[in-house]
Design a protein around this ligand. Structure first.
Ligand code: NAP
Length: 273
């Protein structure tokens, strides 16, 4: 019997997930299909009901449902609970279990490069859902300090408290000041949506240098203005597509309990940019 998977969100028609997962299914000869299902905000309960009715095997969750989806889960894994948002759900005979693969997916490209994060200082730009997953990821690595720079101070302050609750030293900066202090941090992570479709650079890159690791989780375009400018300063660069691929592979591995086909999925993903 063909097993069906989906990504739910709104908007959803530009999602790269159907191409990514269908290429994995094809590559491994799995009798599975992956669809994009638009569920507008406010219609999540109805949407989940429909997914149950078609016997969905699992699904990914994206904007705007990552947090609200928590209410419809029967079980949650530890990281999902900590982040308070889910992006991957397993349907086990009607029991919905939620995971958050952004946490491990974020850290993977750092680990693949053998870059050590334990004991280091992190400048995190942004205080939305992705930033929260990144804080959980760094807390597991015992980083020394995480400074959160964001347009809205109030949301950043919440994340500073969240980081404290996970045992990390943490403080707030505004985005303008973040550019001035960027050189004091080993990691500078962009988790704002600035840079999306080439929409500018979140901070001044003057202080970024060859010892900086610049990780821009925005993946469209591949070379964001932050990445371009930081490359010119000699920094180590980590691309947003690497996280996108890693978190999708983690989802595949949760659903199928076997390694995801890295090359097939990477080729498909990069071919879409
Ligand atoms: P979100 O919860 O909506 O948070 C958006 C963040 O961007 C907030 O900190 C917001 O600041 C800031 N922001 C938005 N527009 C801004 C502007 N014009 N000026 C200054 N700050 C601005 O979104 P999210 O889910 O955390 O995602 C953030 C970005 O990461 C998105 O571009 C998303 O595509 C990307 N992402 C990538 C991956 C991956 O796998 N590579 C995974 C998840 C997310 P305020 O608090 O002031 O509004």
């Amino acid at each position: 019997m063909t097993r069906t998977y989906a990504v739910i969100g709104d908007p959803i028609d530009h999602s790269l997930s159907p191409a990514l997962f269908n290429s994995a299914f094809l590559f491994l000869g799995l009798d599975c299909a992956y669809i994009a299902y638009r569920i507008p905000k406010g219609e999540l309960a109805f949407g989940i009901d429909s997914l149950r009715k078609i016997g969905i095997s699992g699904f990914n969750v994206t904007i705007p449902h990552k947090v609200e989806m928590m209410r419809y889960l029967n079980e949650v894994d530890t990281e999902c609970k900590l982040v308070g948002a889910t992006n991957t759900v397993v349907n086990n005979n009607g029991i919905l279990k939620g995971y958050n693969t952004d946490v491990a997916g974020f850290m993977d490209p750092i680990k693949n490069r053998n870059i050590k994060s334990t004991g280091s200082d992190v400048l995190l730009l942004g205080a939305g859902g992705a930033a929260r997953a990144i804080i959980v990821a760094f807390s597991k690595e015992n980083v020394k300090k995480i400074t959160i720079a964001n347009r809205t101070k109030q949301t950043a302050d919440e994340l500073v408290r969240f980081a404290h609750s996970l045992g990390m030293d943490s403080d707030y900066s505004d985005l303008e000041n973040a550019g001035r202090i960027a050189g004091n941090y080993k990691f500078v992570i962009n988790a704002t949506s600035i840079g999306l479709k080439g929409s500018g650079c979140p901070i001044s890159t003057d202080k970024i240098n060859k010892d900086s690791v610049i990780y821009d989780i925005v993946y469209m375009p591949v070379e964001t203005p932050l990445i371009q400018q930081s490359k010119n300063q000699g920094a180590t660069i980590i691309y947003g597509w690497e996280m996108l691929l890693a978190q999708a592979m983690k989802g595949f591995e949760i659903w199928f309990n076997r390694p995801a086909p890295y090359e097939a999925m990477k080729l498909t993903l990069l071919g879409r940019f």
